[in-house]
Ligand binder design. Structure first.
Ligand code: PLP
Length: 305
């Protein structure tokens, strides 16, 4: 495993250089005859709140904010946002003021555990109605927020920008070259894009979109990648279970069984659907014989409530 290197001001305070997430073997009955190996990279064990991929997507954004002399950083998220939860802690650790713009005005009166966690970490919250929230990338509204919050550095929802992709690419440091297939859940596609940019092109990257019609993200990710990197990856949206954030009894039952078998807790929005999908694809013979598959546990357990 290559250590995370660099003399970044930010990596030190958040302890990224000390991270050594473990890789755990997952038993897979139907793969045995075809010599399929299945493992999981436990990014969920980095920290209960900063867990998973969000940490990585924030690193270079926070570094840029600090370098450019900002004292406030602002970002966006829903009431259960893993991104806001991680952002609140990361900002607190490096001593920069954090503002979270939250989708859903009524959560001001009835905050979720995620939002209470954010407040406790010192984040200022601004609650906006759903319609207003759809303007989160609108230049006029961003200008207003600039004035309102003392000219913050603005990070898009989910850390979905160039710095986010570069940071997500750091996850490749923990992935040995021996794996033939890397599986990851997809929300904005930032993590998948960062991995594709940083992993060897010998390794296939397979994304699992947990929403209906999530294959539109193929275009989004494709546009981010340079032509020479835009190969050997794809996204499946077959395992959405009714849509983003939706679950059914089949999925929750399966997640419980998985937990009993492996001791690994999955989240309902992303990693549960991905692992269900990976197992289904193995059973259906999607992966070639002797494939060596690494699934990334991107965290999100705080969102289980
Ligand atoms: C945000 C998130 C993702 C999706 O990451 P993107 O970079 O937005 O594609 C996947 N898994 C978990 C647990 C997440 O919180």
């Amino acid at each position: 495993m290559r250590p995370i290197s660099g003399s970044m001001d930010i990596i030190d305070p958040i302890g990224l250089q000390h991270l050594r997430p473990d890789i755990q073997a997952i038993p897979v009955d139907w793969g045995k005859s075809r010599q399929i190996q299945l493992d999981m990279l436990r990014l969920d064990r980095i920290d209960p709140h900063i867990s998973g991929n969000k940490w990585f997507k924030l690193v270079y954004n926070l570094e840029a904010a600090k370098k450019e002399g900002y004292n406030t950083v602002l970002s966006f998220g829903g009431p259960w946002s893993n991104h806001l939860a991680a952002f609140a802690i990361a900002a607190q650790m490096i001593g920069i003021k954090a503002v979270g713009v939250v989708r859903g005005a009524h959560f001001e009166q009835a905050p979720t555990p995620t939002l209470i966690h954010c407040k406790n970490a010192g984040m200022s919250l601004q609650f906006v109605a759903r319609e207003q929230y759809t303007l989160k990338d609108n230049a006029d509204w961003l200008d207003q927020l600039q004035v309102q919050w003392d000219h913050p550095y603005i990070i898009p929802e989910g850390g979905a920008n160039k710095e986010g992709r570069r940071g997500a690419g750091l996850i490749a440091n923990f992935i040995p070259n021996t794996y033939t297939h890397i599986c990851v859940s997809v929300g904005s596609g930032t993590t998948l894009a960062g991995l594709r940019q940083s992993l060897s092109l010998n390794q296939y990257v397979l994304g699992f979109a947990p929403m209906k019609q999530g294959r539109y993200l193929m275009d989004v990710v494709g546009n981010w990648l340079d032509a020479n990197q835009n190969t050997r990856w794809s996204i499946t949206d077959e395992y959405h279970f009714g849509g983003f954030g939706k679950v059914n009894a089949d999925l929750t039952h399966w997640m419980e069984q998985f937990f009993q078998q492996t001791g690994i807790q999955l989240d309902r929005v992303y990693t549960g659907k991905m692992m269900y999908g990976v197992m289904d694809l193995i059973r259906n013979g999607y992966f070639p014989e002797a494939a060596s598959i690494l699934c990334i546990h991107t965290g999100g357990l705080q969102g289980n409530g």
